[in-house]
Write a protein that binds this ligand. Structure first.
Ligand SMILES: NC(=O)c1ccc[n+]([C@@H]2O[C@H](COP(=O)([O-])OP(=O)(O)OC[C@H]3O[C@@H](n4cnc5c(N)ncnc54)[C@H](OP(=O)(O)O)[C@@H]3O)[C@@H](O)[C@H]2O)c1
Length: 280
C-alpha cells in the first residue's frame, strides 16, 4: 500500500474502500441486511481505510466487521461523516455545537469505537454561523483525540475559502466526485494549493472514454480501473472505489505495481472533460 501524509501529520492509505451500499441488498437505497460479507472480503484483500457516513445507515456494519476480522483496531482508518443539510433536502434547524457533539457520539456508538480516524462534514454548511459552530466543535474533538483528523466533503473553492478564513485546524481532505465525467479539477487544484488532499468519490462510476482508457491500460497489462486508480495516486488524489465483487475489490487495491509514462499521464488527463461544470 502507498500512503499520503495529511496536513496534521497523520498518514492515510492512498486507496480505501467506499461502503455506501455495504450491508444492504439492492444498492445504496436498498434493503438493509446488516451483512458484513463485503467488508470482510475487503479486509481480507488488505483494505484498511473505509469510508462510511451516518446517512448510509451502515456504520454498525463497518464496526462489526472490524471486530469480526480479528485485525486490531489500530490498523484501520475509519472515516465517517456528519449529516449536513444538502441541496434539495427538506429544511432542518441550523446545526450548532450541541447537535455536532450528538452526531459524533452517535457515530462512535454505531462504529463501536472510542475514536474516529477521520471525521468529515458531509456537505457545506448552510450558513456561516453553522459552519463556525460545527467546525470549532470538530476542532475541539480533534484536540481531545476523539477525532484523529477532520475534513470536509463536497466543498467548492468558495466553501473552502470561507472555512480557511477562520479555522484553527485546516481540513485534511475534501472528498469530492472525481472521474473523467466530473473532474472537478479547479476545486482539486485549490485543495492542493492549500495543503488539503482531494479524495475521489465515485472514481469508477462513469461510462465515458472506457475504450480509450482500455487501450492505454493494455500497454501496462492492467484494467482501465487499475489504470485510473494509479493515475489518481500519481496526481495526489486518494481514491475510495467500492465493489460488491471480491475480485474487483482485490483489483482495486493492487494498483501501484506499474508506472504510467509521462506521455500516458497526459493522454489520460486529456480524457477528463474539463468543460464539465464543477459539480459538488
Ligand atoms: N461524500 C459524498 O457525498 C459521496 C457521494 C457518493 C459516494 N461517496 C463515497 O464514495 C464511494 C465510492 O463511490 P461509488 O460507490 O460510486 O463507487 P465506484 O467505485 O466509483 O463505483 C462503483 C461501481 O463500479 C463498479 N466497479 C468497482 N470496481 C470495479 C472494477 N474493478 N471493474 C469494473 N467495475 C468496477 C461497481 O460494480 P461491482 O460491485 O460489480 O464491482 C459499481 O457498479 C461510496 O461507496 C461512498 O463511500 C461519497
Amino acid at each position: 500500500m502507498e500512503y499520503f501524509t495529511l496536513n496534521d501529520g497523520n498518514r492515510i492509505p492512498a486507496v480505501g474502500s467506499g461502503t455506501n451500499s455495504f450491508g444492504k441488498e439492492g444498492g445504496f437505497a436498498g434493503v438493509f441486511t446488516g451483512s458484513t460479507k463485503e467488508m470482510l472480503s475487503c479486509i481480507e484483500a488488505g483494505y484498511r481505510l473505509f469510508d462510511t457516513a451516518e446517512s448510509y445507515g451502515n456504520e454498525a456494519v463497518i464496526g462489526n466487521a472490524v471486530r469480526e476480522s480479528g485485525v486490531s483496531r489500530g490498523e484501520f482508518f475509519l472515516e465517517t461523516k456528519m449529516k449536513i443539510r444538502s441541496r434539495g433536502d427538506e429544511p432542518w434547524p441550523v446545526l450548532g455545537r450541541k447537535e455536532t457533539e450528538a452526531a459524533i457520539q452517535r457515530s462512535l456508538e454505531k462504529l463501536g469505537t472510542d475514536y474516529i480516524d477521520i471525521y468529515l462534514m458531509h456537505h457545506p454548511a448552510n450558513t456561516p454561523e453553522e459552519l463556525r459552530a460545527v467546525w470549532t466543535t470538530l476542532e475541539e474533538y480533534h484536540g481531545n483525540g476523539v477525532l484523529r483528523s477532520i475534513g470536509v466533503c463536497n466543498f467548492s473553492a468558495e466553501d473552502l475559502d470561507q472555512l480557511l478564513g477562520f479555522c484553527r485546524i485546516r481540513p485534511v481532505i475534501n472528498q469530492i466526485r472525481i472521474n473523467p465525467e466530473t473532474p472537478n479539477s479547479a476545486i482539486a487544484e485549490h485543495c492542493r494549493k492549500n495543503g488539503i488532499i482531494p479524495m475521489a468519490w465515485s472514481p469508477l462510476n462513469f461510462t465515458a472514454h472506457r475504450s480509450e482508457l482500455e487501450d492505454i491500460a493494455e500497454k501496462y497489462g492492467v484494467s482501465w480501473s487499475k489504470l485510473l486508480l494509479n493515475y489518481n495516486w500519481r496526481n495526489g488524489i486518494i481514491s475510495i472505489p467500492k465493489s460488491h465483487s471480491a475480485e474487483h475489490q482485490r483489483d482495486n487495491i493492487d494498483v501501484f505495481g506499474f508506472s504510467i509514462s509521462d506521455d500516458d499521464m497526459a493522454a489520460i488527463g486529456s480524457l477528463y472533460d474539463l468543460s464539465a461544470p464543477e459539480r459538488v
